[in-house]
Design a protein around this ligand. Sequence first.
Ligand code: BEZ
Length: 222
Amino acid sequence: MASFEHSENPVAGRALRLNDPAPVFVARTTMGVRSLTDYRGKWLVLFSHPADFTPVCTTEFIALEKAADKFRALGCELLGLSADSIYSHLAWVQNIEERFGVTISFPIIEDLSLSIAEAYGMIDETSVSTATVRSVFFIDPEGIVRAQVHYPATVGRSVDELLRVLTALRATEVGDVAAPEGWRPEGTLLKAPPTTMDEVRARLGANGGASQDWYFAEADRG
Ligand code: BEZ
């Protein structure tokens, strides 16, 4: 029953870009009907997987479930999606519980019509099947896409990296700071580079350390 509000998708017809509004949908999930708007006020990690009852997807689901409390502690909910039916989703979730002793606590969307997958660009256009790729969308509390990644079916995602990206998005949302390569929560953020000569002069006048320069400066620890 996935339905999709075209009136609420001003970016229909092209690939989703960063800072686009996430297309609004209403869909059947393993935990009842969910709309994207149910998640307003929270961060949301919306992720697709190629198909149910597949081994790599099963490892991702188990890892996501084990980290679900860490996502929630960052004010973020998890929401999965595949083109398989709700009955397939339910049987797979039940099998994961039985075989691996892991109870999946996040909903999984049924998208038989592929309307959500198409709106979000979760389908490889060269594919001959309905399988979605491994997409992840980080959607902020106002419904804006802040980050996205797409992996092929053959490469499982790192849940640790997804958590790291979410943590970095949260740490930098105050503005004027950025997370450097491999940043971790205990690490130092960098100041966004200056954009005016006044800012350059102010930076040059500041008493920076040896590894600082006008374009490269550590942010103050908050
Ligand atoms: C998997 O999740 O194991 C998988 C799915 C589609 C293609 C290859 C692997």
